[in-house]
Design a protein around this ligand. Structure first.
Ligand code: C5P
Length: 209
């Protein structure tokens, strides 16, 4: 299953619910770019393609479940390094492996990001584009930061999301876009549960056919 979305639209939350319900391996691909973005922030002098390759070769999904990847600084750095074609190519293999050869205990995989439906898993059985208004996304991210004890004003969160969206949509390689064969879900007025029910109904219809 492939999901694309702009930042903070709820794709990660939905991917998690879907993974649990259908027993799928879940990969939030934004976390990989965040890891590399963080690497650059911490070690700008040592930052190189060979260092990234080494990191990705040894990468385990559980390494990505780290709270220190969640800051706005790391997100901005991620969106900058994500423009680099060579970096996208390095990350490609890892994503492919998770998507197409998940461990046997899983029934399949669900990946979310920006270029999953358009580049990484073009032939996915299910393709969704999850979005929400900028204002709603900013509110959600603001609340998440608050829970993490990061006090960033709402207007700053909104500006940062807007900037990142623009960069993600307008970049040359793997830009965020809705493919024709993806189903659009707008979560602006949907609760997490309502959104999941909607996605589940669409999936079950196809699975039971
Ligand atoms: O999804 P998340 O907000 O964690 O992603 C952080 C950044 O990583 C995005 O703004 C985007 O620039 C980049 N990204 C990407 N391709 C993906 C996933 C994320 O370029 N498949």
């Amino acid at each position: 299953m492939a999901i694309d979305s702009p930042a903070a639209a709820g794709a990660g939350t939905q991917a998690k619910l879907i993974a649990e319900h259908y027993n799928l391996l879940q990969l939030d691909t934004g976390r990989i770019y965040r890891l590399i973005g963080k690497l650059k922030l911490e070690n700008p002098k040592k930052f190189s393609y060979s260092l990234i390759k080494k990191k990705i070769n040894n990468l385990k999904i559980k390494n990505l479940q780290n709270k220190n990847l969640l800051s706005d600084k790391v997100a901005i750095s991620a969106s900058i390094i994500a423009k680099d074609k060579k970096i996208r190519d390095i990350v490609y293999q890892f994503q492919q492996k998770c998507a197409y050869t998940p461990p046997m205990k899983y029934a399949g995989s669900v990946l979310d990001g920006r270029d999953i439906t358009s580049v990484i898993c073009r032939d996915a059985m299910f393709k969704f584009f999850i979005t929400a208004s900028l204002k709603e996304r900013a509110k959600r991210r603001f609340k998440e930061f608050k829970r993490l004890n990061k006090k960033i004003p709402l207007n700053i969160v909104l500006k940062s999301l807007k900037k990142r969206d623009k960069s993600d949509r307008e970049r040359k390689h793997g830009p965020l876009k809705k493919t024709k064969d993806s189903i659009l879900i707008n979560t602006t007025k949907l609760s997490k549960k309502a959104c999941f029910r909607k996605i589940k109904a669409i999936m079950d219809r196809k699975l039971n056919n």
